[in-house]
Design a protein around this ligand. Sequence first.
Ligand code: 6PG
Length: 241
Amino acid sequence: MNTPPNTELFDTADELARAAAERVIGLLARSCLDRKAICLAGGSTPERLYRLLAHHSEAARISWPNLHLFWGDERLVPPDARDSNARMTLDALGAAPIPLDNIHPIPTTGLTVEASAAAYERELKSFFGASTLDDARPIFDVVLLGLGEDGHTGSLFPGQPQVDERQRWVVGVPQAGQPPAVPRVSLTIPALSSSREALFLVSGKGKRDAFAAMARGDDRPAGRIRSAGRVRWLVTRDVVS
Ligand code: 6PG
């Protein structure tokens, strides 16, 4: 199978997660900004990375007090629910010394998806001190992303109008295109593309067709992601064999 540019293949999901952890640590350690920002993904593949990051021998290079955590998408569930992406991430990162003020989850309590999206967009704009996205000044040091079997990324599902949003940074997604069937809130393609590097983590045979579509350059939400630096694909071999 052909692969998109900047693809690296790994025998196992654990090897992929180790490589991703090293890449993330390297990117964050190299960034000379006082305040660093990472945009995190839900899903089982990133979860392995988060578990590794907390205990990685090089993790001290990250400078946790300067690192701010944001999320690319969230399910509209209470913050402590099993399906919450923020809960999963923070549980997996467990031991990492992250100051509470540096944690910026997408708000869900008592909000509609539209109100949640508007609140998170306000928070991003205020944190980054910008009202528009500028390719020359990406907001995130690194954006982590997953690839759904249908080619979705974040909670931007093929065929849904949110995929075409160009102005807003965050949108409500009333109907999820895959389980769990709860409404979602997602950063848009322009916001997820505002990074110094984007890192897709893809594992499992079920991703074969979606990844082949990426390699062919077919139009799927995940294939629309750009970065000021590279869009890298870390992929297990079962996806391409
Ligand atoms: C979500 C995720 C979603 C995920 C992909 C891949 O909230 O469901 O953000 O976009 O990243 O579905 O998930 P896996 O890594 O579990 O295959």
